[in-house]
Design a binder for this molecule. Structure first.
Ligand code: ARG
Ligand code: ZN
Length: 454
């Protein structure tokens, strides 16, 4: 018997949830489906600043769906199809609600095609910094952490739903367009150049990037220490300053592989924009983004994120210290391995707030426990970085070097290309080192204020 609202195959779906209930960004991401692939076909006109796009999103329904949400902040949506049939859609804030012609059965893989266009917006972070779409002197940058990616393509914008990507981007001749992964083709066609970028390994949407500008690009084959091709794009004028640092990418990647386990991606590289184009650097997958020529420590930090954050991705934004603590500790380890302060000396400087030993040891990192930022505006604050690194050093002290580094390599192997939470990490670290680390967790990871003893 036909029931109202019951369609074609007789599936009766329910609406998918509008968010994934992230403790800091409850509306980020959406429930009811798992995105497996994004195919973005984009055209950018630097003069008008207009982006015209088609997003093909392949996803699997985790429940029977009558409707589902995508996140998209700004832009005009021209049409939405699901499996080739026109779908109804509506918009409210960052939510793009799609109502397919036929309800979708649980387990079904379906393809949503969104045609959209407009001048993408710059989003202000809860902490006041800028993300989303940033226009530069000669192009634009797409930066996604934590919730900026919804400014330039519709998707399931929460780190818990990682997917493969293909990004095709067309720009006027004379411009370069850089995204994540491997460059499949670069073709000139009349007055335009088209680039096809491919990321086979899963990527959280906040790590997707696009950089359009008159960059100087360099590509190598995999025949280097990193064992994967290196693709760098540097804004004019910074080539000389950035060059010697970027030349060390293969060395840093090889060092990281020794410390943290095999490099997780098929390519590496960097994008160097002008000084001040952005207030921070970002670990965009396979191709970290810098505003100004980085120094080696910053390069090490962003490349270390390829293991911590990009391959092993936080389950929620509360787990941010797993990204920043590890990336900061990687800088300490690099220094230790290259004739600088040892990690112990660095740890001591931070405990003693000795800014002579380390200018960053200014004591701003005691404000809250790394695993518990007091709000979304604090997920990139000093305690997440420096005290996060101190937590890792405390584990190393308790376990000894051999067990500690084996644990780190096991952690990146176990959660490669996946997600992990703080609770999974603490349980893993205890299992892998065979130690009761509850004091480290209670005092350093979760305790309020500066610990009484180092
Ligand atoms: N994850 C970046 C890094 O440490 C920093 C991002 C800062 N973002 C922000 N909204 N404050 O490499
Ligand atoms: Zn970082």
């Amino acid at each position: 018997m036909a029931v109202a609202g019951c369609t074609g195959g007789g599936v009766q779906g329910m609406p998918g949830a509008a968010g994934l209930r992230d403790p800091y960004f409850p509306k980020a991401g959406n429930g009811g489906y798992d995105a497996v692939h994004y195919g973005l076909t984009l055209d950018y006109a630097p003069g008008s600043g207009k982006l015209t796009g088609t997003a093909e999103i392949t996803a699997t329904a985790q429940q029977a769906l009558s409707s589902f949400h995508l996140d998209l902040d700004g832009m005009d949506v021209d049409s939405v199809d699901v499996d080739g049939k026109g779908a109804r859609f509506s918009r409210s804030g960052q939510e793009l609600v799609v109502r397919p012609a036929d309800d979708l059965a649980k387990g079904r893989t379906f393809r949503t095609v969104v045609h959209y266009s407009g001048v993408p917006k710059t989003v202000e972070d809860p902490d006041g910094s800028e993300e989303g779409w940033i226009e530069t002197d000669d192009g634009a940058l797409a930066v996604g952490e934590p919730v900026g990616s919804m400014a330039w393509f519709p998707g399931n914008h929460h780190p818990a739903d990682k997917a493969a990507y293909d990004v095709a981007i067309t720009v006027p001749r004379g411009y370069e367009a850089v995204s994540n992964g491997v460059l499949k083709s670069r073709t000139e066609n009349g007055g335009h150049t088209s680039f096809r970028w491919h990321s086979a390994e899963p990527m959280a949407s906040y790590l997707a990037t696009l950089a359009i500008g008159r960059y100087t690009v360099r590509t190598t084959t995999a025949d280097n220490k990193a064992g994967v091709p290196v693709y760098t794009a540097v804004t004019p004028g910074l080539a000389k300053k950035a060059g010697p640092v970027l030349d060390r990418i293969p060395e840093v990647v090889a060092w990281g592989a020794g410390r943290f386990g095999p490099y997780p991606f098929a390519a590496t590289g960097a994008i160097v924009e002008r000084d001040g184009a952005l207030g921070y650097a970002l670990e965009t997958q396979t191709r970290p983004l810098f505003a100004g020529a980085p120094d080696v420590d910053l390069l090490v930090h962003e490349l270390a994120h390829q293991w911590f954050g990009d391959s092993v991705t936080p389950r929620t934004w509360k787990d941010m210290w797993l990204n920043e603590g590890f990336a900061t500790y990687a800088e300490w380890l690099w220094e230790e391995d290259h004739g600088g302060l040892t990690a112990q000396e660095r740890f001591d400087a931070f405990y003693d707030e000795d800014t002579e030993a380390d200018p960053e040891a200014d004591g701003d990192y005691w404000a809250f426990p790394p695993a518990d930022p007091p709000g979304p505006e604090h997920i990139s604050d000093d305690p997440v970085y420096y005290r996060g690194a101190m937590v890792l050093h405390k584990i190393r002290q308790a376990a000894g070097d051999k067990a500690f580094f084996a644990m780190v390599r096991g952690w990146t192997a176990d959660h490669r290309h996946a997600n992990a939470s703080t609770e999974e990490f603490t349980a893993y670290a205890e299992r892998a080192t065979g130690r009761d680390l509850s004091e480290v967790w209670d005092v350093w990871l979760r305790g309020d204020g500066k610990p009484d003893e180092r």
